[in-house]
Ligand binder design. Structure first.
Ligand code: MLT
Ligand code: ZN
Length: 473
């Protein structure tokens, strides 16, 4: 069979103009490798449409040529979800140029924006209208709305506002054949048939390409209070969460757990990172409270809960942010966890969830199971304790060969997942399945569930041209 790509590229070039297509390997290389550097792919071209009509044209041309397309936003996937194959048979479609915020409506509390807007830019534009976009992830400076929705991102504020899925009112999607579904409705209630938008959210680019969305906003907080605490144990961290829920469940904006191991990596590898506590601890909690009320009294509430927790020994120390700069510095200790782990050496990530009440027992059991599997392995549990999503990451033993360690990723992930299963958890809470974890699907989602997913895929993308090799085994 002749190579269909050269004539496809000619057609794309004349339809999209020179700015719409990259083919020089020097320009395409960055699109072919994932953030974790687990996959080195080969993108024969990177299509860069400037609007929805161009995405539709590009998809139609790719479908006619039978060439598979890998949609890509900020390329921050933790599971290789946006990386092309290495054999050069695929093209990448970048949504980066669809980067307009079309509207923010402070009365309806909605925003309509395009797929290539970064999450940070979306947050800033909501804030400029006195609103809050209740979604925050460590990669928000690069991650783009299209990818955030396609992967149903979670993050630090899920405990309050839910996942990306919970924030979507409407979507615009280009389908595998190039047709466009305009579902950019901004209704709070709409009960007209299947909720198609929820099918595309979390489909990781395998069912269609999200080009624009309507998101729900919240009123912007008028008062925010943040503290970093040295917790006695994961059990104590969970008990502290219970104390804040008893104080005001609606005020909890984030409740994050970190281990001494992970914090140690941050303090060692991230320039300018400073622990605002008297001494390092084995366990930490970052709590953020927020309210849109004018005189919410949050600061007093935070102090009262923390004082009582100090007295009963749940925490040994706490630092309350006194300024925006201190608040940002505390958050940085949490947000740089992944970067610090990368600098420490090779790591295997397990983005798992268990019922919130099971988090301490899960951490203990998974730590023991991994130590039994590999002496010297370093467990780095951290993450979103308030919603039961723990990043149970494993760092290579000190001095071990990174390649040797990574070659055992399946054994390590399977060991952790066996523990997750005992707690009726999930093997992927927010990172998705991507290219790294489809092999887990039969054991976890097999039978009628996986079969239904296959039928949906076959109905929407019968030729398998959208993000091949991702999600479904
Ligand atoms: C985070 O919450 O910082 C990321 O999802 C974490 C990771 O697994 O590295
Ligand atoms: Zn996370």
């Amino acid at each position: 069979m002749p190579d269909p790509i050269p004539s496809l590229l000619d057609a794309l070039r004349s339809a999209l103009g020179p700015a719409g297509l990259l083919t020089d390997p020097a320009d395409t290389a960055a699109y072919a490798e994932d953030w974790r550097r687990l996959y080195q792919g080969h993108a024969r071209a990177v299509i860069r449409p400037s609007d929805t009509a161009q995405v539709a044209t590009a998809m139609r041309l790719c479908a006619e040529a039978g060439v598979p397309v890998v949609p890509q936003g900020g390329n921050t996937s933790m599971v290789g979800g946006a990386t092309p194959d290495a054999d050069g048979s695929e093209v990448v479609l970048s949504l980066a140029r669809l980067n307009r915020v079309r509207e923010v409506d402070a009365r309806d509390l909605t925003m309509t924006l395009e797929a290539g807007v970064t999450l940070k830019a979306a947050q800033d534009s909501a804030a400029a209208s006195g609103c809050l976009l209740g979604l925050s992830i460590s990669s928000e400076g690069s991650a783009q709305i299209g990818g955030v929705l396609a992967t149903n991102a979670g993050g630090n504020n899920t405990v309050r506002y839910g996942n990306a899925r919970d924030l979507v009112l409407g979507l615009e999607v280009v389908l595998a054949d190039g047709s466009v579904w305009n579902g950019l409705r901004r209704l709070r209630k709409d009960n007209t048939g299947y909720a198609l938008r929820q099918l595309f959210v979390g489909s990781e680019g395998t069912l269609g390409i999200i080009t624009a969305a309507v998101l729900k906003l919240a009123p912007r907080p008028r008062e925010t209070a943040v503290a970093l605490c040295a917790a006695a144990s994961p059990e104590a961290a969970l008990a502290l969460f219970g104390r804040f829920q008893a104080y005001d469940p609606g005020a909890i904006q984030a409740f994050e757990y970190m281990s001494g191991q992970g914090m140690g990596f941050v303090l060692r590898h991230i320039p300018g990172a400073v622990l605002p506590l008297a001494r390092p601890a084995d366990h930490y909690v970052l709590v953020e409270l927020a309210t849109p009320r004018q005189d919410g009294g949050l600061r007093a509430g935070l102090e009262a809960v923390l004082e009582a927790a100090l007295e009963s020994g749940l925490i040994a120390d706490a630092a309350i942010a006194e300024s925006d700069a201190q608040r940002a510095a505390i958050w940085r200790l949490r947000e740089e966890h992944s970067e610090a782990q990368k600098r420490e050496g090779a790591s295997v990530k397990n983005d798992v969830s268990v019922p919130v009440s099971a988090v301490p027992d899960f951490i203990a059991a998974a730590t023991a199971a991994c130590a039994a599997l590999m002496p010297g392995i370093r467990a780095v549990p951290f993450g979103h304790l308030g919603d039961g999503n723990i990043h149970f990451n494993l760092e290579q033993p000190e001095g071990a060969d990174p390649a040797w360690f990574l070659a055992q990723d399946h054994a390590i992930m399977d060991t952790v997942n066996a523990v997750v299963r005992r707690f009726d958890g999930s093997f992927s809470a927010e990172h998705g399945v991507g290219r790294l974890k489809p092999y887990m699907m039969p054991a976890w989602r097999g039978g009628a569930e996986l079969e239904t997913m296959r039928r949906i895929k076959a109905a929407l993308d019968p030729r398998g041209l959208l993000n091949p090799g991702k999600v479904l085994p």
